[in-house]
Ligand binder design. Structure first.
Ligand SMILES: NC(=O)c1ccc[n+]([C@@H]2O[C@H](COP(=O)([O-])OP(=O)(O)OC[C@H]3O[C@@H](n4cnc5c(N)ncnc54)[C@H](O)[C@@H]3O)[C@@H](O)[C@H]2O)c1
Length: 268
């Protein structure tokens, strides 16, 4: 008995990076609906402000703060501001991420490797490194890293879609998740990863998709949908339930796990 409230996060402070659009926006809204005070952080500050306004309009509590997760000083600034504003942090969702152009490895620009790693992997390290002391002080915490099926399996349907830099960064996030989960398991800090498959309606790879003709786009969509056991892509809101589960006390004995959210993609 008393299970009705295990998903509630009233009184908890949650930071979502990359909350200015896409998956981060949905997760920020979901956490706020379940009672958390959500810090929406993004290098797209107007986007983060828009997410915050949506949460406030719905009766939730949120603030928008600029961050570039790849930059140490910017991350320090973000956590300094959170400490001043709320004095604590209970939940961190490392969601900010990018992809670069569709290239096979020998064509991949070194600049694209470094830029992507800086955001997708270094960013997760920097934000987790800054969050953990606050969580240790509070005696508990939940960190959720948004990885990808690209960190679990390769995919090459005759052209580069999930590029090696992206796959390597997400596999890195998965390794980091497992290691950090074990390091802090006795401190009440849980660390888990979500590995999403394809979710439409976001800006990931947006410029590349915008360059495709309607026929090319339709062909690509069909190819991807045919590969997914469920036969269709997800949307960002589909991820909210899993994030709430991992962020809340509902998952109090779950740590170091990587949970696919992919319509069955990684099961094949
Ligand atoms: N959409 C998918 O199909 C999919 C699948 C697997 C994993 N993911 C992962 O989910 C996460 C969110 O992706 P999305 O699809 O919502 O993409 P998106 O581009 O719609 O949103 C990403 C957000 O992150 C922000 N961001 C980018 N770089 C940043 C930085 N250096 N500092 C702070 N904020 C930054 C962007 O401004 C944007 O608001 C990413 O980590 C992505 O790799 C997405």
């Amino acid at each position: 008995m008393g299970f009705e409230t295990i998903f509630r996060m009233d009184g908890r402070v949650a930071l979502v990076t990359g909350a200015g659009f896409g998956i981060g926006r949905s997760l920020a809204q979901g956490l706020a609906e379940y009672g958390a005070h959500v810090i929406c952080a993004d290098r797209d500050l107007p986007g983060a402000e828009e997410t915050t306004a949506m949460i406030l309009d719905a009766g939730g509590v949120a603030d928008a703060i600029f961050v570039d997760v790849a930059q140490t000083q910017s991350v320090d600034g973000l956590f300094g501001e959170i400490a001043r504003m709320t004095g604590k942090l209970d939940i961190l969702i490392n969601n900010a991420g990018i992809s670069t152009g569709p290239k096979r490895l020998h064509e991949l620009a070194i600049e694209d490797w470094d830029r992507l790693m800086g955001i997708n992997l270094r960013g997760v390290f920097l934000c987790s490194r800054a969050a953990i002391p606050m969580m240790l002080e509070g005696g508990s915490g939940s960190i959720i890293n948004i990885a990808s099926i690209a960190g679990l399996v390769g995919y090459y349907p005759g052209s580069a879609r999930l590029c090696a830099n992206y796959a390597a960064s997400k596999a890195g996030v998965i390794g980091l998740t497992r290691q950090v989960a074990i390091e802090y398991a006795r401190d009440g800090i849980r660390v888990n990863a979500i590995a999403p498959g394809w979710h439409g309606g976001t800006r990931l790879g947006g410029a590349r998709l915008a360059a495709l003709s309607p026929e090319e786009l339709a062909r690509l969509e069909k190819m991807i949908n045919d590969r997914i056991p469920m036969g269709h892509r997800g949307v960002p809101d589909d991820l909210v339930g899993l994030a709430i589960y991992l962020a809340s006390s509902a998952s109090s004995y779950v740590t170091g796990q990587v949970i696919g959210h992919d319509g069955g993609w990684s099961a094949e």
